[in-house]
Write a protein that binds this ligand. Structure first.
Ligand SMILES: Nc1nc2c(c(=O)[nH]1)N[C@H]1C(S)=C(S)[C@@H](COP(=O)(O)O)O[C@H]1N2
Ligand SMILES: [Mo]
Length: 313
């Protein structure tokens, strides 16, 4: 099958929109960008526009999935519940320009921040991470991002801030999925403070050295590689520091299946999905053994010392 390039499914207006977003990124990152990155030579460059990045030491050495796998097999219920719905519907979405994130709650520096300001002074890193969906499939994804801890630091959370809540944009006019009540909208996710500032936790603005396609959560999405994929909220417009554990959209949807922690754990099955094996796309056979904390146990197991992970699923 021939590759679907996003230039084929993106109209010119959106292309220009993406360009101006890119220019914002370039300005923000201080004149980087538009430089070919050799790390992924041989992979298609669907927009022909690359970000300048540095390779992160926290990357896995496993071979990344193809651009096509990563951008055409997605979960993004705002654009439909089918795996191919986001690639079909999300390219038509117009992110507001400029994209602003409201930083709220228990912090000394609340306020609205433009994405450009958020990226100012950040070094964008290639973070090749394992990505494990609770439904049983997995991929290796070369994200581009920066540590969430950097943004948390700028906000100066107070001692009352025990959790961080992440909210996706609410735009039912442009997001057909938000006109159905499959989930509570807007999509809400959350992390404990120590999880949020862990060096593996990133905010991503790109994949394969390019600006994030809409279906992957443009322009800014959360990535927490030791947790199931649904913890990675997309298209984030609000980050709130709170004292109490946030009520996330998935917990409200089905609390017995979706706990707050949702750490990848081969020993705790989901009511509908076993978790001890996974299908590494593009294969649909569950022939890969799932690792505790998705293979990141050395880095994160200490966060959960003394906790019963069967209860705190
Ligand atoms: N706003 C929002 N974020 C979301 C979702 C969603 O439906 N809406 N799906 C989650 C799920 S279930 C997964 S597995 C990942 C998929 O990310 P990817 O499409 O970039 O692979 O996004 C997560 N973030
Ligand atoms: Mo998922």
């Amino acid at each position: 099958m021939s590759r679907i390039r996003s230039s084929d499914i993106t109209d010119r207006r959106i292309y220009l929109n993406r360009r101006s977003f890119m220019q914002g990124l370039v300005a923000a990152a201080g004149g980087v960008a538009l430089v070919a990155d050799t790390a992924f030579a041989g992979q298609p460059a669907p927009h022909g526009r690359k970000l300048t990045t540095v390779r992160s030491a926290l990357s896995t050495t496993e071979k990344p999935n193809s651009w096509e796998d990563i951008t055409t097999y997605n979960n993004f219920y705002e654009f439909g519940t089918g795996k191919s719905d986001p690639a079909a519907n999300a390219p038509k979405y117009h992110p507001p320009q400029p994209w602003t994130v409201s930083v709220e709650g228990e912090c000394a520096k609340p306020g609205r921040m433009n994405l450009e300001d958020i990226l100012k002074g950040e070094t964008l890193e290639d973070r090749i991470y394992r990505h494990r969906c609770v439904e049983g499939w997995s991929m290796i994804i070369p994200w581009v991002g920066f540590p969430l801890a950097n943004l948390v630091k700028k906000a100066q959370p107070t001692s009352k801030a025990k959790f961080v809540e992440f909210t996706t944009v609410l735009d039912p006019k442009q997001m057909p999925g938000q006109r159905d009540d499959v989930l509570q909208w807007p999509y809400v996710e959350g992390l404990r403070m120590d999880e949020a500032v862990h060096p593996l936790t990133i905010l991503s603005v790109g994949v394969y050295g390019e600006v994030l396609p809409n279906q992957n959560g443009a322009p800014l999405r959360l990535v927490v590689p030791w947790k199931y994929g649904f913890k990675g909220g997309k298209s984030i417009v609000r980050i709130r520091f709170v004292e109490r554990q946030p009520r996330t959209s998935w917990m409200i949807n089905w609390p017995e299946a979706y706990g707050f922690y949702s750490n990848v754990n081969p020993m705790v099955p989901h009511p509908r999905h076993r978790q001890d094996m996974e299908a590494r796309l593009p294969s649909f056979f569950r022939s890969t053994r799932t690792q505790m904390f998705n293979g990141y146990a050395d880095q994160v197991a200490s966060l959960y010392k003394g906790m019963d992970l069967r209860k705190n699923y």
